[in-house]
Design a protein around this ligand. Structure first.
Ligand code: NAD
Length: 332
């Protein structure tokens, strides 16, 4: 029977891992610890390893795993920037990720965010909590299905978002460097500017790269249709937060739903009720009555948690039994 060491396991992961292990007749050992200098040797005697971690894999981990007869590390997330891929290749270690674990989770969250913005749900909730049941402005909404939506990036997530808005009846504009041909209802524009100028809702689904940091800056927000809504479930760094706040305050934008923030690192997944927020920009986001903020949870569903576990385990077993995995991210 093959055996797999699973690092970075939370309590919520365990039932899925146990189910997979039974179905595949594989022995698993789970630990909350991630791969570091002190835990590498815990994998001795196992046939493969996987982990979910944001901390760097120690440089000597590749050689040390290889010496134990382990020739892969499967990362149970899409991002794999914590690996030294060149060193892994040199040592003959296959690194894999789980590239698309639940596009529907993020897509449905983006749609939910847009509906919440347009129908003023946070304001309505706040009033109801204060026993204010009036209908005064600004709680009158608009019909989203009659709006034009710009979907920027039509990969796994963006394509699903486009289908959802199309289902509501929206006109869907799109921009992508590599337009797809399977969604006939999409109207591709030649530039991001051309898409945002006619859109009531702009939703971001492109990855963050060096060249598009702060792509959405003051100049870009001025190209938006006046009174548009922005939904960002992609990466915080795509948006110049200062410029966004200014665009909201001037009325150029009507509202924004942000699941990601450019300096979210110190806050996401932390419970800090008694601590002041030292980041002034972040405090402004939290205080703003036309921003809905959430701490990078768009992906976070039962299905995504399960698929990350299954994806990591499948990749590990593929390398053990077949010598490679379709999710390999480094050269052999
Ligand atoms: N909030 C969350 O919980 C969460 C979870 C997963 C992913 N994400 C984000 O969603 C993004 C999209 O994920 P995906 O799985 O759809 O990725 P994907 O690779 O399937 O799609 C990305 C698309 O963007 C296009 N693209 C890349 N750069 C572009 C540019 N500068 N201009 C125009 N188009 C460009 C690509 O051609 C591709 O079609 C990820 O990069 C990640 O940042 C967020």
């Amino acid at each position: 029977m093959y055996s797999i060491k699973m690092y970075g396991i939370k309590a919520e992961d365990k039932p899925y891992a146990i189910k997979w292990a039974k179905e595949h007749d594989v022995q698993i050992s789970m630990t909350a610890k991630v791969i570091d200098e002190n835990t590498i040797d815990d994998a001795k005697g196992f046939d493969g390893v996987n982990t979910l971690q944001v901390t760097k894999i120690p440089t000597d981990a590749y050689a040390r795993f290889k010496a134990m007869g382990i020739n892969q590390i499967a990362q149970r997330s899409a991002g794999f920037d914590m690996y030294d891929l060149a060193e892994a290749t040199r040592q003959g270690i296959i690194i894999s990720n789980v590239p698309s674990y639940s596009p529907a989770s993020i897509a449905e969250y983006a749609l939910t965010s847009a509906l919440n913005l347009v129908r003023q749900i946070p304001t309505i909730q706040n009033r109801v909590q204060a026993h204010n049941f009036t209908w005064e402005k600004p709680i009158r909404g608009q019909v989203v299905g009659e709006m034009t939506v710009a979907v920027l990036g039509t990969g796994h997530i963006g394509a699903h978002v486009a289908r959802l808005f199309h289902g509501l009846g929206c006109k869907v504009l799109a921009y992508d460097r590599h337009p797809r041909t399977d969604l006939a209802f999409l109207t591709y524009t030649d530039s991001i500017e051309a898409a945002v100028k006619d859109a009531d809702i702009v939703t971001l689904h492109i990855p963050l790269r060096e060249e598009n940091i702060h792509l959405f800056d003051a100049k870009m927000f001025n190209q938006f249709k006046k009174g548009a809504y922005l939904v960002n479930t992609a990466r915080g760094g795509l948006v110049d937060t200062k410029a966004l706040l200014a665009a909201l305050d001037s009325g150029q934008l009507a509202g924004a739903a942000l699941d990601v923030y450019e300096n979210e690192g110190p806050y996401v997944q932390k419970n800090m009720p008694d601590q002041a927020i030292s980041d002034e920009l972040f405090q402004k986001i939290l205080n703003h009555d036309r921003i809905i903020y959430s701490p990078h949870v768009a992906f976070y569903t039962d299905e995504a948690v399960a698929n990350l576990i299954y994806g990591g385990l499948n990749a590990t077993l593929d390398v053990i039994t077949k010598g490679d995995t379709p999710n390999r991210v480094n050269a052999l």
